[in-house]
Design a protein around this ligand. Structure first.
Ligand SMILES: CC(C)(COP(=O)(O)OP(=O)(O)OC[C@H]1O[C@@H](n2cnc3c(N)ncnc32)[C@H](O)[C@@H]1OP(=O)(O)O)[C@@H](O)C(=O)NCCC(=O)NCCS
Length: 180
């Protein structure tokens, strides 16, 4: 498998990939990711070089987005003063589930973050999805707090406010990295 930075041409593929994940989440009984992701926002993060795709031959096996910045209102100024990399939109295709591909990608992300001087790998997970939160705890993340207010719709409930972090570290990972 190879990790490559996404290009503009991947927007459609990534949106379809997210929809597939949303359909799976519905079957699990979660309301996570039911609103379509805005294509213009996705394009902007692709153009910033933040979106990566894991390809298994011609098949998209996973995606991860790594950014130095994050949505406002989640982390405190003190926390934001610590160099961090934020993980968003981590998704593994159901065809590739059960192999800890997500875990290996998180190790890759932590390694990459470490090399760029970040101290923390941080994320905000779906506030109501305890199974997903347990997944991140199993991956060595520590729950920092849950931010429940200040969502995008009129400052209402924050859908993705379960904050977690783990220290960055060098890692062994078995991807053929084509980036850089
Ligand atoms: C989270 C994810 C990337 C992990 O990938 P992975 O390391 O390859 O692990 P798996 O997909 O095999 O999932 C591991 C377990 O977590 C559970 N899980 C993962 N995401 C979940 C979610 N969003 N809601 C509920 N359970 C979830 C799986 O059902 C599985 O449970 P099991 O061990 O009882 O079978 C992948 O499951 C995924 O794409 N989930 C949907 C999208 C998502 O929620 N991404 C996180 C955004 S913050």
């Amino acid at each position: 498998m190879k990790i490559t930075p996404a290009s503009r041409d991947d927007v459609g593929k990534l949106l379809a990939f997210r929809q597939e994940a949303a359909a799976w989440l519905t079957r699990l009984g979660s309301d996570q990711w039911q609103r379509p992701y805005p294509a213009d926002r996705l394009l902007a993060t692709i153009e910033a070089g933040s979106v990566f795709m894991v390809m298994d031959g011609d098949v998209t096996a996973a995606t991860i987005t790594l950014t130095p910045d994050v949505e406002e209102g989640l982390w405190t100024d003190k926390e934001l003063s610590e160099p961090s990399t934020f993980v968003t939109k981590l998704t593994v295709a159901r065809t590739h589930a059960g192999q800890n591909l997500g875990g290996r990608l998180l190790d890759w992300a932590g390694d990459r973050a470490y090399r760029t001087g970040a101290q923390w790998l941080r994320l905000d997970a779906w506030t109501t999805n305890e199974a997903l939160q347990r997944y991140y705890l199993r991956q060595g993340f520590h729950h920092v707090r849950t931010v429940r207010e200040g969502g995008a719709v009129n400052g209402g409930p924050r859908v993705s406010g379960w904050l977690a972090q783990r220290p960055t570290a060098l890692a062994d990972y078995d991807f053929d990295i084509t980036f850089e």
